[in-house]
Write a protein that binds this ligand. Sequence first.
Ligand SMILES: [Mg+2]
Length: 117
Amino acid sequence: MTSTHNDPLRDLIRSTLDFYARFGWQPLTDDAIRVFEEEVREVTEAAQVGTDKNHIAEEAADVIVTLIGVCQASGVDPEQLISQIYAVIDKNNAKTHETHVYTDGKIRRRFPKTITS
Ligand SMILES: [Mg+2]
């Protein structure tokens, strides 16, 4: 696959899957989760130290790449992942101070979801 550089998210997912394919590696779920957790620990440690922003960004990118591996190992279609990410973007963009509030270290829904039947 070639990189178009006009959709960085799609490019990253394609690049990651191409990388796995080049090495003939089909990630197994347990392996993919173990590698992902290692990268989460690394970015957490880098962020807690907080001094080397480049290192934090590198580790954050590793988390994203290894999360793609978790999805691949779990059989998630890349287009489904992309669609979900854009759905989150739309949801985040729709949140306002009227609908959400920052409290206890997290942005939460101001009112609980109503159940409709
Ligand atoms: Mg790393």
